[in-house]
Design a protein around this ligand. Structure first.
Ligand code: PLP
Length: 283
């Protein structure tokens, strides 16, 4: 907890009038915790996550502590995490107490660290069945409407979580959000990536307002090491059936192969294991 150091997990750390709780008015980042070159656990792609957090903060007019402070906070959270065990570290910053925010009071900032859940590991191992669910607006709707916070990792994830509950209630593992005009955009907590020939594609961020995924960006930036090239284009859920593999990428789950979309089977990809290894995730 910023300003308080490490506290036991059951210590109350938020005021009841914290705007993060009252309005979902804050931002967060979730990172994979894995052993670094020094054999100690660290947040993976920390710089990329801090850069995205700074962009989210700017979009929300939120006075984020400087990157050095956030880096130290994330490191502190990981300090007592056991080496050799993957984990998930969350960095959360809210606008702070409602009574103080109006006068520019301090933001609330804390980090938590948790084990990777069994459903994430199962999805990484077995892949996922997804339902294509509408977001209710055209793919380009968020670009001219910055107040819709496209591309911002805000704490307002109730719709994301409701989408995943809907999926679970309907017997599938995850959701592919689709625009009103029929384009696959992203999943509630992961980025769509697919393979056509020797090119890995993802959905363009600027045109759609989806969250720029750090895991997908890392994979596409390093695709050359796998003999692949990288591109961006719009795609429909039906088109995914004709690709050479499709995956959902995210920081903690890593890579989950999409097995079916609305019950239609996608061809299994021989590349899944190689991509998983390349990204440094265990099977
Ligand atoms: N898209 C959304 C909406 C997300 O919430 C996330 C991560 O939680 C992602 C994509 C994947 O981003 P990252 O790879 O940075 O975890």
């Amino acid at each position: 907890m910023l300003g308080r150091g490490v506290v036991p997990a059951d210590t109350p750390v938020l005021r009841a009038d914290d705007l993060g709780v009252l309005r979902g008015d804050g931002i967060f980042e979730t990172m994979h915790v894995r052993d670094g070159a020094d054999g100690l656990p660290h947040p993976w792609l920390l710089d990329e996550h801090l850069a995205r957090m700074a962009r989210s903060a700017a979009r929300m007019d939120l006075a984020l502590p400087e990157a050095r402070v956030l880096r130290e906070l994330a490191a502190l959270a990981c300090e007592q995490w056991p080496a050799g065990t993957e984990g998930a570290v969350r960095l959360v910053c809210t606008r702070g107490a409602e009574s103080a925010a109006a006068t520019g009071g301090p933001v609330t900032c804390f980090a938590t660290v948790n084990p990777v859940g069994p459903s994430s590991l199962a999805a990484r191992r077995d892949g996922v069945a997804v339902a294509a669910l509408t977001l209710g607006f055209p793919a380009a709707a968020r670009t001219p409407a910055p107040w819709l916070l496209g591309g911002v990792k805000s704490l307002s994830y109730a719709v994301n979580m409701a989408s995943l509950r809907w999926a679970a209630a309907h017997g599938v593992d995850d959701v592919l959000w689709v625009s009103e005009d029929g384009f696959a955009l992203e999943a509630p907590t992961s980025t769509l990536v697919w393979l056509e020939g020797d090119t890995l594609y993802t959905v363009p961020v600027a045109e759609t307002g989806i969250l720029p995924g750090t895991t997908a960006a890392h994979l596409l930036a390093t695709a050359g090491q796998l003999g692949l090239s990288a591109g961006q284009r719009m795609v429909t859920p039906a088109e995914l059936r004709g690709t050479d593999g499709a995956w959902l990428l995210s920081s903690v789950r890593g890579i989950a192969e999409i097995r079916t979309v609305d019950g239609a089977t996608l061809p299994p990809s021989a590349l899944t294991g190689k991509l998983r290894e390349h990204l440094g995730f265990s099977a």
